[in-house]
Design a protein around this ligand. Structure first.
Ligand code: TUI
Length: 317
């Protein structure tokens, strides 16, 4: 069968990876073990900085270095109270690639670039993509609101081609991609790579509670919803008891923003570690309905790119 070997793919070439796939940085989920498994399988594994302190993140980075000799990245969640200290840590730890999310990375970019780090911010709009390109970004991850977790306004379908036209750095598409058809669609829109979160939730190397994996495996097409619009941090996750309750509280004008934040606090950990279906926030993308079984990261990545080859070269034997 005819296959693309990605040897001339710009993001594979510049990062030294075999397949143009990033694993999404999911808080309480994307640990060293998951990131290393993705990197060992030829993708770009990403350790989630989430709300970790520099001390906690240092341990995770050191673990990832032990588990893989392939390139991996660290994601800096810019809304974290520890963003400043982890922004310094990635330099001293010699991290080679950084992705950012949930905010504006501009104030850190010069120090990262001066340290020789490749900086790949997540951008939810054209203007933001232009801004980070001017500041020296190596590439951008362009995430549509089909994605799980904290989302922007636009869908992947409309966001990717507009950003591709607006910048000259490589664009990685994210949001709503979990198989080879999604890769082909992303490439048709002008992206050179993809970022996948939801499908890696069910990877055998993903250390989340089995209840979380079961929600993904059993999900149908319309089982995610968006909460948190009122706080300015809309988040997509499964329609669980917690999500419905959150919506009720959000719609109540007598409840303050602080009380809403308190309710959200800790809910991600309760989902990922405890599988707590009543109090956990189980973030996932709309593509969950397509994810049907647990596989290793290697199987997931190889299956995605086998299928991609069949989609783009359909009449080969
Ligand atoms: O960041 C994510 N997904 C996340 S972060 C998260 S935990 C969290 N906790 C509290 C507040 C916010 C998040 C759960 N899921 N994805 C990447 C992403 N980045 N999505 C949207 C954005 C984004 C939004 C605004 C990136 C840049 C941006 O710029 C705003 C500005 O400063 O102009």
């Amino acid at each position: 069968m005819k296959k693309d070997n990605f040897k001339n793919n710009p993001i594979c070439k510049s990062l030294g990876i075999k397949y143009p796939i990033f694993q999404g940085a999911m808080a309480w989920i994307s640990d060293a073990e998951l990131a290393a498994a993705v990197s060992n399988a030829g993708g770009l594994g990403i350790v989630a900085g989430m709300n970790s302190s520099a001390e906690q993140l240092k341990k995770e980075i050191e673990k990832a270095k032990k588990l893989t000799d392939k390139p991996f990245a660290v994601n800096i969640m810019l809304a974290s109270p520890h963003a400043e200290e982890v922004a310094r840590l990635v330099i001293t730890e010699g991290v080679k690639v950084i992705t950012t999310g949930a905010g504006n990375p501009l104030k850190y970019m010069k120090s990262w670039i001066d340290a020789g780090i490749k900086v790949i911010p997540l951008v939810p709009s054209v203007s933001f993509a232009r801004l980070v390109e001017r500041a020296g970004a190596h590439a951008v991850v362009c995430e549509g609101c089909e994605a799980g977790g904290h989302i922007g306004e636009l869908t992947t379908m409309v966001l990717v081609p507009q950003i591709v036209d607006a910048v000259s750095i490589p664009v990685i598409a994210a949001g709503g991609i979990a198989d080879g058809r999604g890769v082909a669609a992303a490439f048709a829109l002008g992206a050179v790579g993809i970022q996948v979160g939801t499908r890696f939730l069910v990877a055998s190397e993903c250390n989340i509670h089995q209840n979380y994996k079961d929600l993904v495996i059993k999900a149908k097409d319309i089982e995610t919803m968006v909460t948190g619009r009122r706080t300015g941090h809309p988040v997509r996750g499964f329609k669980t008891a917690f999500a419905r309750e959150f919506t009720k509280i959000e719609n109540n004008p007598d409840i303050t923003d602080e009380e809403i934040f308190k309710l959200g606090g800790g809910a991600l950990r309760k989902a990922a570690q405890e599988g707590n279906l009543l109090e956990g926030s189980f973030m996932a993308g709309q593509i969950a309905g397509l994810v049907k079984y647990e596989q290793s990261c290697k199987e997931i990545i190889e299956e995605i790119f086998e299928e991609y080859s069949k989609v783009v070269f359909p009449y080969q034997n």
